[in-house]
Write a protein that binds this ligand. Structure first.
Ligand code: NAP
Length: 300
């Protein structure tokens, strides 16, 4: 592994554009710009998976309080200066809120050789094209949409490659998000659909868990027991789909005894329109994501 200078950008990097180096995260210094929920989850995931070492990461945020937390919790170099962090890094993870992206990009604009860094943005609605436009043509940019279970290494992430991102860049991003869950590759045009499904999806599932729990409470279970059973039922059912690769409709038929309890409940769910309601939820969230994305592009 190449030795890293902890404080300074290695000048040899200018002779080694990122695409020419090995596609192992351990070869690069990473700047996490905006280390809040998602940035912090990625930081924790990368360290836990030993994909990188604390001295290969520099993390920024906006407050002294968060800064102290990051140094204490992860023992990484942290700071408030985004420009200084990016100058030291070959991979830049943009994890600030979408409305903060233009401010951060403006701070980074005058740095040279953006094309020798890989930028990975998780900011909802911010296109790779708008980042390329600000940082300069030729900048490799990858857009990612993780979700909040990244906090427990169980995120569903989709990534889309910008015009100048290579397959090697894609592999680096994939490694990074695999540290906190599962990763799919999609065309950037589908990122709004990803936001409508998995980006916003945890909110739908929390409602399902909450409602199942209330059902249990209504039928006499303690809230504590009902919540535990509801949570494990959602988790276990999802794991069974993932581990067996069996279509969920087949699994549902397997647990539906003729004349039994499950079919009585399924009848109620069909009358209530559970399936069209969830489909509509994804459709509406996707449309909202499109609206927010065009507002973000216009603001930028
Ligand atoms: N949360 C999700 O479920 C989710 C899912 C997919 C994608 N995303 C995307 O992830 C991004 C971050 O979301 P989040 O939930 O992690 O938000 P968050 O917890 O609020 O994190 C944002 C971080 O940015 C820092 N920050 C603010 N201004 C800054 C600046 N000028 N320079 C450097 N750092 C700055 C904040 O610092 P302080 O803590 O010091 O204020 C905070 O730590 C968003 O773009 C969002 O669209 C989020």
């Amino acid at each position: 592994m190449r030795p890293w200078s902890r404080q300074r950008h290695d000048p040899r990097l200018s002779a080694h554009p990122i695409g020419d180096l090995p596609t192992m995260l351990s070869n690069y210094r990473i700047a996490i710009i905006g280390t809040g929920n998602i940035g912090g989850a990625l930081l924790g995931g990368l360290l836990k998976a030993k994909l990188t070492k604390p001295d290969q990461i520099v993390a920024t945020c906006a407050s002294q309080e968060r800064l102290e937390y990051l140094s204490r919790e992860f023992a990484v170099e942290s700071g408030l200066d985004n420009r200084a962090a990016v100058e030291q890094a070959e991979i830049v993870l943009l994890c600030v809120k979408p409305k903060t992206v233009p401010t951060v990009l403006a701070e980074l604009n005058s740095i040279e050789n953006h094309s020798q860094r890989l930028y990975i943005s998780v900011a909802a609605g911010i296109t790779t094209g708008s980042i390329e436009e600000t940082l300069g043509s030729g900048t490799p940019v990858i857009r990612a949409m993780p979700n909040i279970p990244a906090l427990v290494d169980s995120a569903a992430t989709a990534i889309a490659l910008g015009r100048h991102a290579t397959e090697d860049h894609g592999r680096l991003a994939q490694q990074m998000f695999q540290a906190v869950g599962t990763v799919c590759r999609v065309a950037e045009g589908l990122m709004n659909a990803v936001t409508g499904l998995s980006g916003s999806g945890p909110a739908y599932i929390y409602m399902v868990i909450e409602a199942l729990t209330d059902g249990g409470v209504k039928m006499g279970l303690s809230r504590q027991v009902a919540l535990r059973l509801a949570t494990q039922t959602v988790l276990g059912s999802a794991l069974l789909v993932r581990e067996t690769g069996t279509h969920p409709a087949v699994l549902r038929d397997q647990v539906t005894t003729p004349g039994g309890t499950a079919i009585a409940a399924i009848h109620e769910l069909e009358i209530g329109g559970l399936r069209p309601m969830l489909i509509n939820a994804v459709v509406t969230a996707t449309q909202r994501s499109k609206e927010l994305s065009s507002m973000a592009q216009n603001d930028g």
